[in-house]
Design a protein around this ligand. Structure first.
Ligand code: SAM
Length: 258
């Protein structure tokens, strides 16, 4: 008689966030989980860092776990890999740009690179995919950027266009360019700031739903998911980062950029 292989044991869990240590290409098929959304930042395969190797086949494995995915990456990475996303059944809905306060890369023959992309992908019928665009108060503020302002004494404005009544509540759709300071002296060399991740999570995952990050790094996505009232599942291949994630989440650490 043959017995089914045991499901991988969590590395750490608090009931809301569960972290697994290992290669996502082995862990996710063994778990057979489904999530509301993948929110992830894979190795782009663009640096000499030991972990920065593109795991062949990962978009297909992610597609088996969710119908919606935010994926960070560079334009170079997405141009080189878009066939793998499409072969896995992913269709792109939109892209956002993270504008950083400082840049990476020191090539003197290029513009200083101060941004990254996050692309939203979905599978199947768009109407069946949860999407809730954040609306923020006020107008575009070129200094505060994501911090829209609205005078507190201003009442909602109501009016009529043709036969349609409307109420302008002062809220505006969040912009596709998001300015957030990079994380300095964080747990991981490519750590994403929690304030950048929060709107992506609330866009793609309903309250109480589950976010999956198969390349967890410092645990920033898991932390952001927990802060926004979602459950989270993370996978990380490097045990030192698993340890850092476990202590970050055990402390309830907030990610406050330097
Ligand atoms: C770009 S980093 C993620 C950084 C993360 N978003 C953060 O904010 O800290 C990618 C991570 O994926 C991990 N990784 C690489 N290959 C993996 C694999 N096959 N399975 C799981 N994790 C992997 C690396 O160790 C690295 O920590």
């Amino acid at each position: 008689m043959t017995t089914a292989p045991a499901a991988p044991a969590p590395y750490w869990s608090d009931g809301q966030v569960t972290l697994y240590h290992g290669d996502m290409r082995e862990i996710l098929p063994a778990l057979g989980i489904t999530a509301d959304a993948v929110v992830t930042d894979p190795p782009f395969g663009e640096t000499a860092l030991a972990w920065d190797r593109w795991p062949d086949g990962w978009p297909t494995i992610a597609a088996a776990a969710a119908r919606s995915m935010w994926c960070f990456g560079s334009m170079r990475m997405f141009l080189a890999r878009h066939g793998e996303f499409e072969a896995a059944g992913w269709r792109m809905s939109q892209d956002i740009v993270w504008e950083k306060h400082n840049g990476s890369g020191f090539a003197a023959d290029r513009f200083k690179r101060v941004h990254e992309h996050a692309l939203h992908w979905y599978r199947g019928d768009w109407s069946g995919v949860h999407h809730n665009t954040p609306r923020i108060p006020g107008e575009y503020d070129p200094k505060g950027r994501t911090r829209g302002r609205r005078r507190p004494d201003r009442a909602d404005h109501a009016g009529q266009i043709a036969a349609i009544d409307y109420v302008d509540d002062g809220l505006r759709l969040a912009r596709s360019v998001q300015y957030h300071r990079s994380v300095r002296r964080g747990l991981h060399p490519t750590e994403k700031p929690v304030p950048l991740l929060l709107p992506l999570i609330t866009y793609a995952c309903p309250p109480g739903g589950t976010v999956l990050d198969p390349f967890a790094g410092s645990g920033s996505t898991l932390d952001a998911a927990r802060q926004s009232g979602r459950r989270a599942i993370g996978v990380e291949a490097n045990e030192a980062y698993c340890e850092a994630i476990a202590s970050r989440l055990a402390q309830g650490a907030l990610d406050i950029p330097a």
